[in-house]
Design a protein around this ligand. Sequence first.
Ligand SMILES: [Zn+2]
Length: 245
Amino acid sequence: MENFKLAIIAGHGDKDSGAFANGVDERDINLVVAKEMERILCDYCDVIMTRTDNDTFLTPEQCANIANNSGADLAWHVHHNAGGGDGFDIIHSVFIESSESDELAKLLAIKYKELGQNEHGVYSKWNSSYNENYYAALRHSEITALISEFAFMDSLDFEAIDSEYKLKQEAKASAETIIEFYGLQKEIPMTWQEILIGCLDSPEEAIKFVDTNTEIAKLKSDLGDLDYKNLSDLIIKVYNYGKEQ
Ligand SMILES: [Zn+2]
């Protein structure tokens, strides 16, 4: 999908610490996961974060509205569970694009299981008296939205999230789910052709420059033409070196 935009919401923040167990505030680990997701996904799509520090307080409704107004296609709420239990919970929306949210949740469940987590629940929660989503984050969302709760903080399940490495693995699985589900492609800043056309006079000249330069030709075959970024950097270096001679 082109021009995909993602809103990542690190749940809680500032005076709202979320759950607290094993000496850890949920607010803090939500942020670690959200930031790692952003680091991975910013190469694939536009990412907006509702917070990037632990001193920002926004209600779930405010977070949902930021996501709504940002033009994002998906709002991803990062949380961790408490109340005793084992495994991940994934809560998808009852209403808005519910089939998309539902399918996304199913793929996420597969990825989390690959990390060795058990499934505690994949569901949507309905508030029947008001005929709306139970959770405010989803209730106020006008776009596809999902809440991920990878593990329980206050049971033996805490072992799944007790290091930065494990939290980053969780984030990686979440990011890979989004990449795979929406078919996102890594955004390449510029192809070597575009860079060289900027330096030289014509596409033909650019191709000749690459083909006749042994250093570039070697790297090009080593990379199999996949890593344009490295190739582009090398071309710029070789071009500038050539100019200095
Ligand atoms: Zn929470």
